[in-house]
Design a protein around this ligand. Structure first.
Ligand code: ATP
Length: 280
C-alpha cells in the first residue's frame, strides 16, 4: 500500500505526504480461501478466511464502496482510506491488527487478525455472574488499548460492547481486542473537529450537542446504558441533559468504587475528564 510518499520540507527533513492510497488490485480469492460469515455492520460483511500461502486464518472485512456522490449506500473511499491508514499505525496486543488490503470494483477488503472469541458482551451474557475483580481484568485491557490510541492522538469514537471482542474466550483471562476503526479519527491539535455519529446509547454529550470532539469522547462508558429512553430522541435527550441513574436491576450489587469510576467516565464537561487511564 502506497498511502504515503516522502516529501522534503524547506528545512530539508523528509516527511510523509498523504496521497490517494492504492490497495492490491488482485482478486482476494486468489490469495485467500473465503469461509463463513463472522458478522456484519451497516456497509460491511466480515468473513473468516485462510491465507493460501501460509495456511493462517484471518478475518476479511468486505466494505462496500459508495458508487456515486448522490448515493447514500456504501462508504466513501476517503473514509475507507482513513480506517486503513489508522489501522496501519496500530500495533498493540489489545487492538486488532491489519494484515493486508485488497480492492475490486465494489469493495475494499481488509484482511484483519482473526478474533475468534466473539464479543465480550456475549461472553458476559453467558456467564452467571461476574465479580468486580474479573471485570477489572477486562477494563484494564480496554483502557490499555485506549491509552495506546490516545497517546497517538487517535480517537476510536465507536466504543461499544459489539466492538470489544475476545481473542480466545476459553483462556483463563481472555485477551481483549478492540475492533472497528470505521469512525476513528486522528485528532489534530488546533483543528476543530465536529461530527454526529456513533450509536445513540453510547455516544458522549459533545457528539449529541455537535460540539468540538476530542479523545475525551471515548471516555464515556458504562455496562448497561443508564441513558436508555423509550425512543432514540429520549436517549439522546437524556445524554445531553446528563439525566441518568444507576438502576438497581443492573447496579444493585455494584460497589461505590466501581460506581465512582463510572461517574467519572460520565463527565459531561470535557475539560474535567480526568485521566482515568491512570487506573489501568
Ligand atoms: P458497524 O456498522 O456496526 O460500525 P462495521 O460495518 O464497521 O460495523 P465491524 O464492526 O468492523 O463492521 O464488523 C462487523 C462485525 O464483524 C463485528 O461486530 C464482529 O462480530 C465481526 N468482526 C469484525 N472484525 C472481526 C475480526 N477481526 N475477527 C472476527 N470477527 C470480526
Amino acid at each position: 500500500m502506497d498511502s504515503t510518499s516522502l516529501m522534503k520540507t524547506f528545512k530539508g527533513e523528509r516527511v510523509p505526504r498523504i496521497t490517494m492510497a492504492t490497495f492490491k488490485q488482485q482478486q482476494v480469492e486468489d490469495f485467500y480461501e473465503i469461509g463463513e460469515e463472522l458478522g456484519s455492520g451497516q456497509f460491511a460483511i466480515v468473513k473468516q478466511c485462510c491465507e493460501r500461502s501460509s495456511g493462517r486464518d484471518f478475518a476479511a472485512k468486505f466494505i462496500k464502496k459508495r458508487q456515486s456522490n448522490a448515493s447514500r449506500r456504501g462508504v466513501l473511499r476517503e473514509e475507507i482510506e482513513r480506517e486503513v491508514n489508522i489501522l496501519q499505525q496500530i500495533h498493540h496486543p489489545n487492538i486488532v491488527t491489519l494484515h493486508d488490503v485488497f480492492e475490486n470494483k465494489t469493495d475494499v477488503v481488509l484482511i484483519l487478525e482473526l478474533v475468534s472469541g466473539g464479543e465480550l458482551f456475549d461472553f458476559l451474557a453467558q456467564k452467571e455472574s461476574l465479580s468486580e475483580e474479573e471485570a477489572t481484568q477486562f477494563i484494564k485491557q480496554i483502557l490499555e488499548g485506549l491509552q495506546y490510541l490516545h497517546v497517538k492522538n487517535i480517537a476510536h469514537f465507536d466504543l461499544k460492547p459489539e466492538n470489544i471482542m475476545l481473542l480466545d474466550k476459553n483462556a483463563p483471562v481472555p485477551r481483549i481486542k478492540l475492533i472497528d476503526f470505521g469512525l476513528a479519527h486522528k485528532i489534530a491539535e488546533g483543528v476543530e473537529f465536529k461530527n454526529i455519529f456513533g450509536t445513540p446509547e453510547f455516544v458522549a454529550p459533545e457528539i449529541v450537542n455537535y460540539e468540538p470532539l476530542g479523545l475525551e469522547a471515548d471516555m464515556w462508558l458504562s455496562g448497561a446504558s443508564p441513558f436508555l429512553g423509550e425512543t432514540k430522541q429520549d436517549t439522546l435527550g437524556n445524554i445531553s441533559a446528563m439525566n441518568y441513574e444507576f438502576d438497581d436491576e443492573f447496579f444493585g450489587h455494584t460497589s461505590e468504587l466501581a460506581k465512582n469510576f463510572i461517574r467519572q467516565l460520565l463527565e459531561k464537561d470535557t475539560k474535567y475528564v480526568i485521566d482515568l487511564l491512570t487506573y489501568s
